[in-house]
Design a protein around this ligand. Structure first.
Ligand code: GLU
Length: 422
């Protein structure tokens, strides 16, 4: 097991110290339930065949079918997939969705694939994992470098194999194929609702607070746009290649228009003297709210002390290494942890699955209303738990999730109430 997974479990152990739970629960949550590895042979456009490594992990299904995205990234490996599945287990419990946690991945750089190669790879994934996934078993969704089109190919492949339209096998689909209104901006919107709901507690407000977002993908863009439209000043943005900072503010709509046109964020202009920074420098830039919305392990023991933002909203999965947690806490920073801050995506995935199963579809207002109604009270509960137990927000979120998972494990029966004499 590598560090990422071990680190994830450290947080679980830390949370368990604050709860009186049965050993059975902790033993069960220490290991993934099942992980399947496969090799996907894909016909390339030039006629050759290339093999890609792929995985799917169902971490824990006590609370319901496992749920989580599929990531296409060159560095994906089995440990990362297991860790992401572990995080999904807690994220779904934080949002109180009737799901366990799962995740999938393919080691591939999609930037080197044509559209037809990407389609064959997506279909090959479903062929390899068709018996592992399923609407009542394990429900994938988009993650880094997978999107609605990839989900459409996957849903189509599964439906062909099942010989029946089966939209509920996967979420994040295009609207025309059973996708939900409001799924595209759900992750960013969820983070936005959490921040706005806790404004008073966090000491931030529109017209007064400056926001830096690391990353400019789907989650980050929508969060930036919603905050900007409400009067927050977005002062920094980045993509995988470059970062920009402008104390006079950046309009995320204009930055996205620039990125769409030129293919990169570099060169996008804010309202004043826009500076170019590196991604690492951006994290340490002056602002009131820092939103890491890119990769794992961005805030480490070596840069945690240099972060200026008093509030950190983790829109990415796992952007803060455990070693950085105590440094941030000592410096008085409040971290809204990933399993709460980015739970909007999977929450609207759940709404999509419900709509697919019922065959009755909601409008965008309904989706937004229900998302807010789901995430805001959980943010409040975690804030209250933090105060009650005098712990950081992350530990509070894990304690909150663990309580729910433990309750489900207990309800199913632990040794506690196994009485051999009847
Ligand atoms: N990949 C997203 C996440 O990490 C969404 C998962 C889902 O919608 O199932 O939360």
């Amino acid at each position: 097991m590598t560090d990422l997974f071990d680190e994830a479990r450290q947080r679980l152990d830390r949370a368990a110290e604050h709860l009186d739970i049965h050993d059975d629960v902790m033993e069960q949550l220490r290991y993934p339930k099942e992980t399947l590895a496969a090799t996907l042979p894909v016909r390339m456009d030039d006629g050759s065949t290339r093999s890609f490594k792929a995985w799917r992990c169902r971490y824990d299904d006590t609370r319901g079918p496992t749920k989580g995205g599929i990531r296409f990234h060159p560095n994906v490996n089995i440990d990362e997939v297991m860790t992401l599945a572990f995080w999904m287990t807690f994220k779904c419990a934080v949002a109180n969705l009737p799901y366990g946690g799962g995740k999938g991945g393919v080691a591939v750089d999609v930037k080197h694939l044509s559209r037809t190669e990407l389609e064959r790879l997506s279909r090959a994934y479903v062929q390899a994992f068709a018996r592992f996934i399923g609407p009542e078993r394990d429900v994938p969704a988009p993650d880094m470098y997978t999107n609605g089109i990839v989900m459409a190919w996957m849903a189509d492949e599964y439906s062909k194999m099942a010989d029946a339209p089966t939209p509920a096998v996967i979420t994040g689909k295009p609207i025309a194929l059973g996708g939900s209104q409001g799924r595209d901006d759900a992750t960013g919107r969820g983070g936005y609702y959490v921040l706005r709901h806790l404004e008073k507690e966090l000491g931030v407000a529109p017209e007064k607070s400056r926001v830096v977002l690391q990353g400019f993908g789907n989650a980050s863009f929508h969060c930036a746009r919603l905050l900007h439209d409400d009067g927050y000043k977005v002062v920094g943005l980045s993509d995988s290649r470059s970062a920009i900072y402008d104390p006079d503010g950046i309009d995320p709509h204009a930055a996205m228009a620039h990125k769409r046109k030129s293919g990169a964020l570099a060169g996008a202009k804010g309202n004043g003297a826009t500076k170019d920074l590196t991604n690492a420098e951006l994290l340490e830039a002056e602002c009131d709210v820092l939103v890491p919305a890119a990769l794992e392990n961005q805030i480490t023991a070596s840069n945690a002390e240099k972060i200026q933002a008093p509030v950190i909203v983790e829109l990415a999965n796992g952007p803060t290494m455990p070693e950085a947690d105590p440094i941030l806490a000592k410096a008085g920073k409040t971290v809204i942890p990933d399993i709460l801050a980015n739970s909007g995506g999977v929450t609207v995935s759940y709404f999509e699955w419900v709509q697919n199963k019922s065959g009755f579809y909601w409008d965008a207002d309904e989706v937004h209303r229900r998302l807010k109604q789901t995430i805001a009270p959980e943010a409040e509960r975690i804030w209250a738990m933090r105060k009650k137990k005098d712990i950081d927000m992350r530990t509070a979120a894990y304690v909150h999730a663990l309580e729910r998972i433990a309750e489900a494990v207990d309800a199913r029966g632990t040794q506690d109430y196994f009485n051999p004499d009847g």
